[in-house]
Design a protein around this ligand. Structure first.
Ligand code: ADE
Length: 258
């Protein structure tokens, strides 16, 4: 069974889009993940294929209808389950009890996506993603379907589609076999709660700027110490929020060097 994403959207032609390129695109062609896009408009029931209406209580903009969104989500959830049944026996990555795909609604009101959430999603069988447009989605379908609202940051996009792509890209690269050893995510930003240390390659001097000498020394332990100290310094300077969390959790283990 491959990790499966079902995306509900008014713009199904946007997918896989950039996810069909580069690392995610190769993984898609290799069958390490799969994606289906569901056209919300095809779940409309009237002859004008209406998906939205004016908000009760007045105000600007349009709200996506709960009945149309619900029908599209039902199809998206069923498609994910069908993709599981097509899997060979024993192909389930999670042991005895298979996990359900979480249904997420991309929205600036949601919990802000972080690497811990990404890791959790990757450990499951995939995701169902609802991309909103207009002023949003009728609150009742969010509640009825138990949708988890997820934001990709404190800014407003014109729709959830780019946010869905961001979430999927972050997930797909962590799937087994997607990143080679060279691209391994073990030392990257957030993997240990810190931002990553700086990188250098040839030439050893460029425009009068030298590479930090310790990196040319061949002393692996010193290099590791320097990288750890730089990761801590950069995190402290740029992200006091991450640094504070790092300090809190360091009590149980290694003591930060700064
Ligand atoms: N839709 C609009 N803005 C968004 C955001 N910041 N995150 C997720 N979905 C969105």
């Amino acid at each position: 069974m491959s990790w499966h994403a079902s995306v509900v959207t008014l713009f199904p032609e946007m997918f896989p889009g950039p996810l069909g390129q580069s690392l995610a695109g190769r993984a898609l062609r290799d069958g390490r993940w799969s994606i289906d896009a569901f056209d919300l408009r095809s779940f409309a029931t009237d002859k004008h294929r209406t998906v939205d209406d004016t908000p009760f209580g007045g105000g600007a903009g349009m709200v996506m209808r709960p009945d149309v969104v619900d029908a599209a989500l039902a199809a998206a959830i069923a498609a994910g389950q069908a993709s599981d049944r097509g899997a060979p026996p024993g192909a389930e990555r999670e042991s005895a009890a298979p996990r359900l795909r979480p249904a997420l609604y991309l929205s600036p009101r949601g919990r802000v996506l972080d690497q811990a959430m990404v890791r959790d999603l990757v450990a499951g069988p995939g995701v169902v993603l609802l991309c909103g447009r207009y002023e949003g989605v009728d609150q009742r379908v969010i509640e009825a379907r138990g949708l988890t609202e997820v934001s990709i940051g404190d800014y407003v996009l014109s729709g959830g589609e780019p946010a869905a792509m961001v979430l999927l890209d972050a997930c797909v690269r962590l799937l087994p076999g997607v990143m080679g050893a060279a691209e391994s995510g073990e030392e990257e930003s957030f993997s240990n709660g810190l931002l990553e240390y700086p990188h250098y390659t040839r030439p050893a001097e460029w425009q009068g700027r030298a590479v930090p000498p310790v990196l040319l020394s061949g002393h692996h332990a010193e290099v590791a110490r320097w990288r750890q100290a730089e990761a801590e310094r950069i995190t402290r300077e740029r992200r006091p929020d991450l640094w504070a969390r790092h300090i809190e959790t360091a009590g149980q283990g290694r003591v930060p060097s700064a």
